[in-house]
Design a protein around this ligand. Structure first.
Ligand code: NI
Length: 236
């Protein structure tokens, strides 16, 4: 069986990869291909195919796949091996409930420690979001804006979980924003949140964050219930 799975053709590998970088190069390459949709959900990733593609042994491939599984970008099943995970794992409401818990805590820890430079960085992301029409970029900028607000949280494990959640949302938005027909996304939520953060009003910041994420879950739940969304997910 020498048949190459098609989605892997979209992945470019330039030159031989130094052994000590193999795992991180493979992980980063696959991660961006999953996030931008070149590797759609349900795609099976075989260790040997990837080892051939990257010109490495199976060991760094296995390690990279394990990392991506920990980030919930892959799910590993007994029969198919590593498969690109569905866009939203399980119930969207549960996903957002967890995000609210994690991000509120990250916000609580971070707000008192943020500097004027952090505030300026977050403001710059809002300006970019305002001007941006490309949904891929919108997803990325939204993640960067939120992470800028949480970035000073001392608990790094918490921040990693928060970032996993934002990655999941980014991937979902990239795939579905256009179909949701939201048009231009309002930056009012983000602006109000940043204002509260700049005022170092932690309670208000968290309250606005909860409202922001709850609005998100409403839009997504309504969208996922539509026939268009169901056939779109099934096609992947
Ligand atoms: Ni947002």
């Amino acid at each position: 069986m020498t048949q190459k799975p098609k989605p892997l053709h979209s992945i470019k590998v330039d030159g031989p990869i130094p052994a000590h970088l193999a795992r991180s190069v493979i992980e980063e390459t696959l991660r961006s291909a999953i996030l931008d949709g070149r590797l759609p959900c349900g795609t099976a990733l075989r260790q040997q195919d990837l080892a051939d593609l990257f010109g490495v042994s199976r060991m760094p491939v296995r390690e990279a796949l394990r990392q991506l599984e920990a980030q919930e970008l892959l799910s590993v099943t007994a029969h198919k091996g590593a498969v690109v995970a569905p866009l939203i794992q399980g119930d969207a409401t549960e996903t957002y409930e967890l995000r609210i818990l994690l991000e509120s805590e990250a916000m609580r820890q971070s707000v008192p420690l943020l500097t004027a430079a952090d505030h300026a960085r977050a403001a710059a992301y809002i300006d970019e979001l305002e001007a941006q029409r490309d949904y891929t970029e919108i997803g990325r900028l939204n993640r960067l804006f939120h992470m800028a607000l949480y970035s000073k949280a001392p608990n790094k494990r918490l921040l990693r979980l928060v970032e996993d959640g934002l990655n999941e949302e980014e991937r979902f938005l990239r795939f579905n924003l256009e179909a949701m027909g939201l048009g231009k996304l309002s930056q009012d939520d983000h602006r109000a949140m940043l204002q509260a953060v700049q005022d170092r009003d932690t309670d208000r910041s968290i309250e606005l964050l909860e409202q922001h994420l709850n609005r998100g879950v409403e839009v997504i739940t309504r969208y996922l219930a539509t026939p268009a969304a169901q056939s779109r997910q099934a096609a992947r």
